[in-house]
Design a protein around this ligand. Sequence first.
Ligand SMILES: NC(=O)C1=CN([C@@H]2O[C@H](COP(=O)(O)OP(=O)(O)OC[C@H]3O[C@@H](n4cnc5c(N)ncnc54)[C@H](OP(=O)(O)O)[C@@H]3O)[C@@H](O)[C@H]2O)C=CC1
Ligand SMILES: N[C@@H](CC=O)C(=O)O
Ligand code: NA
Length: 369
Amino acid sequence: MASPIYLGVVGVGGVGTAFLNQIARLPNAPQLVLLARSSQTLLAPTPAYSPAIPAGDWATASAGPSLTKKGALPAEEIATYLAGVPGRAILVDNTSDLNLARAYPLFLKKGISVVTPNKKGFSDDLSLWKDIFSSATQGNALVYHESTVGAGLPVLSTLKDLVATGDEVTRIEGVFSGTLSFLFNTFAPASSSSDAQWSAVVAQAKELGYTEPDPRDDLNGMDVARKLTILARLAGLEVSRPDSFPIESLIPTELASLPSSADGISEFMSRLPEFDGQMADVKATAEKQGKVVRYVGSIDIAAQSVKVGLQYFDKDSAIAGLKGSDNIISFYTKRYGANPLIVQGAGAGSDVTAMGVLGDLVKVIQRLQ
Ligand SMILES: NC(=O)C1=CN([C@@H]2O[C@H](COP(=O)(O)OP(=O)(O)OC[C@H]3O[C@@H](n4cnc5c(N)ncnc54)[C@H](OP(=O)(O)O)[C@@H]3O)[C@@H](O)[C@H]2O)C=CC1
Ligand SMILES: N[C@@H](CC=O)C(=O)O
Ligand code: NA
């Protein structure tokens, strides 16, 4: 008989909330026994791990007496709790926390599978990447992270299939940031004119839930660099760190040293309008050449090079014509020849990202049973 599956979810922000709403509508969903945010943890009482937490109505249930409430728990304690379930356990990490990602090997060695849209663990030191996958093998657990690149778009599954079936991937290129796509498509559209100020569009992208918890992680190019690091590693390149190649930042120099705290984010957002002229100049330079500016990335496998930054594009090109938060990712391979395999669609947003996380969860459940 199949083992019952139990779920621990960390993070109930934009993606976490959309994920919980989607799983609440899933038939035969696993039992949700742990739900944590930065300062609180909700647990199904042990030893029975019952009653479970209602995914779609956890806030109401947390006010009642039947669930255990604690403050923030260290990763070790979460892992010990999940390792004790009477079945198989899966951790869904819907945070962007590097420290939690650093604990994935601990979870995996205990047999707890990991599903996450959090890029940090897969794009930080190469040693962590190796530790994650060797720990999964050791613990007979699974790791899925489709939403770390292109949100819910089938980017990693496509690349893995190309590699696993023996195709030779030579180049991967495109637009990898939903936020930067939205910013440039709105601020410098190819098919119309726009009076939008850069800072106002940045605020809009944050409001729409496209940005990282700290929008500077999008504007400094690091989010794109992390995605390219993940893709390059899956394609076989041993990229040591996401900052091991040049990354063009769109953060005004004057604001570069603000602290990475909540206050630092607020000060950055409130002072950004002072520097709208800088991005207006970039846009005007492209326009003088009859082009538009876009933020793109590329990986050349043979040359072992990764590039991240601004480029000018003809107004009738596919990249210039993207809409909303769309990503476009082209895989050049030996089998596909001169016409790349292209994946395109929304590359940010809570619902599409949560879909990628839930799709991974469904795959893990199928493989564990
Ligand atoms: N938004 C998008 O379009 C996409 C997002 N992603 C990734 O999804 C992840 C989540 O993004 P998003 O939902 O937008 O972010 P949010 O900032 O909306 O939510 C983050 C959540 O994580 C919680 N959290 C942060 N640190 C910890 C911690 N140490 N322990 C427990 N909980 C913690 C926060 O707690 P609290 O509620 O207490 O603040 C919050 O609930 C990120 O890794 C992001 O890169 C990937 C693809 C697309
Ligand atoms: N902030 C990211 C979210 C998805 O990874 C982006 O804008 O692409
Ligand atoms: Na994806």
